[in-house]
Design a protein around this ligand. Structure first.
Ligand code: NAP
Ligand code: MG
Length: 405
């Protein structure tokens, strides 16, 4: 079989620990035998970030900006414990994801990978629900204040022009707490654009929820900007037969629970924080959750939602075989290759990505699973509990069949 050729490189960001091991195996067993992989490689492993003073992370993000499609392995965000584990670290380097996000901007979409053997806790969910979380401002960038005395708290805006706006937050007769938060039109607009563009690329409905009945100015601004931006995408939505739908957050949660799934739910920062944990837990596990950063100008960075699975890595280093689940990392690769194929008009590459995902589903359908899935699955659906390499080999067999069909 001739290997599939690529045109534009994808930006490949390697990472750490167990996911770095899986990364190499995925390329060896599932990608390189079938695709003439054209990637621009950046080693975001902790030691190489340290050796380059974290320059490599910035370079990788800029490459993602240039080429438009990246795939990222999970990486260690160093903390105090890691500084002891890696004494050569010259600094407690920032989270690579935060660095990349600050360069690219954009919104993170998280989507569960569903399989028949694992039923969501919510029995009517038939299709995945993707959460889009606004990642700027609100209580995550708020200022807070506590008083033990009676008095008056005001919110004052001093414009550069000299104009001033002032509102009384509250007069208090005794101890009280206060909170000041903000967001910007620019950030909300970028968020809206990323959500509409992603809904179009996924051909799924977009839901958006806030509490604008109570927060008429603040949340009201979110609604107004979404409405305005929607006009740019309305024709595409109508052409694809998908829908943009706004509702109050409390109505949204009730509808989400009663839904069949199959849509994207755009959430404000706090709502997205809480709801993404709720939705991902109800669907199964982080090991079966993909994550993609989409920028308003249409750049994509694909990754798994989980971390580097440190405790499995320590066991692997001691010579043990581990059953670390590679599904989310495989889907990061298939997502990136499909997107690259779409953008470059290479149908074979898109088909390869689809076949790779189907081969994962075939393997799971045949009851071959890593232990984390075995624990959650209907016991009748399990035939073999396997380690990571056996699992990847089983996928490779099925991938060959799919590709030659
Ligand atoms: P984690 O790597 O996601 O692992 C937490 C636990 O979840 C594991 O111990 C394992 O449970 C289970 N798990 C996660 N992924 C799995 C998989 N693919 N297969 C099987 N089980 C899986 O989170 P963490 O331990 O909090 O973080 C470890 C490192 O990852 C940290 O250094 C952190 O900075 C980094 N991190 C990176 C990213 C990223 O790059 N996007 C995201 C989060 C964390 P059992 O032990 O019960 O098997
Ligand atoms: Mg959270």
């Amino acid at each position: 079989m001739e290997k599939i050729r690529m045109q534009t490189p994808i930006v490949e960001m390697d990472g750490d620990e167990m996911t770095r091991v899986l990364w190499k195996w995925i390329k060896e067993k599932l990608i390189c035998p079938f695709v003439e992989l054209n990637s621009e490689y950046y080693d975001l492993g902790l030691l190489h970030r340290n050796a380059t003073q974290d320059r490599v992370t910035v370079d990788a993000a800029n490459a993602a900006k240039r080429y438009g499609v990246a795939v990222k392995c999970a990486t260690i965000t160093p903390n105090r414990k890691r500084m002891q584990e890696y004494p050569e670290l010259t600094e407690m380097w920032k989270s690579p994801n935060a660095t990349i996000r600050s360069i690219l901007g954009g919104t993170v979409f998280r989507t569960p990978i569903m399989i028949d053997a694992i039923r969501p806790v919510v029995s009517c969910w038939k299709k995945p629900i993707s959460i889009a979380r606004h990642a700027y401002g609100d209580i995550y960038k708020a200022v807070e204040l506590k008083t033990d005395e009676p008095g008056e708290c005001c919110l004052v805006f001093r414009a550069d022009s000299g104009a001033e706006q002032r509102v009384v937050v509250q007069r208090t007769d005794g101890p009280a707490v206060f909170l000041g938060q903000h967001n910007t039109d620019e950030s909300i607009r970028d968020f809206a654009d990323a959500c509409f563009a992603y809904a179009i690329s996924q051909k799924e409905d977009l839901w958006f929820s806030t509490k604008d009945t109570i927060s008429k100015v603040y949340d009201g601004r979110f609604c107004a900007i979404f409405e305005e931006e929607y006009e740019k995408y309305r024709a595409d939505f109508e052409r694809l037969g998908i829908r943009y739908f706004y509702t109050l957050i409390d109505d949204a949660v009730a509808r989400v629970i009663r839904s069949e799934g199959g849509f994207i739910w755009a959430c404000k920062n706090y709502d997205g924080d809480v709801m993404s944990d709720l939705v991902s837990t109800a669907f199964g596990s982080l090991a079966m959750m993909t994550s993609v950063l989409v920028t308003p100008d249409g750049k994509f960075e694909f990754e798994a939602a989980h971390g580097t699975v440190t405790n499995h890595y320590y066991r692997y280093r001691n010579g043990e075989k581990t059953g670390t689940n590679p599904v989310a990392t495989i889907f990061a690769w298939s997502g990136a290759l499909k997107k690259r194929g779409e953008l470059d008009g290479i149908a074979d590459l898109v088909r390869f990505g689809d076949c790779l995902e189907q081969a994962v589903f075939d393997t799971l359908q045949d009851g071959i699973m890593t232990p984390d899935l075995v624990r959650m699955a209907n016991p009748d659906a399990v035939t073999a509990s396997v380690d990571s390499e056996q699992f990847l080999d089983a996928i490779a067999d099925r991938l060959k069949k799919r590709l030659s069909a």
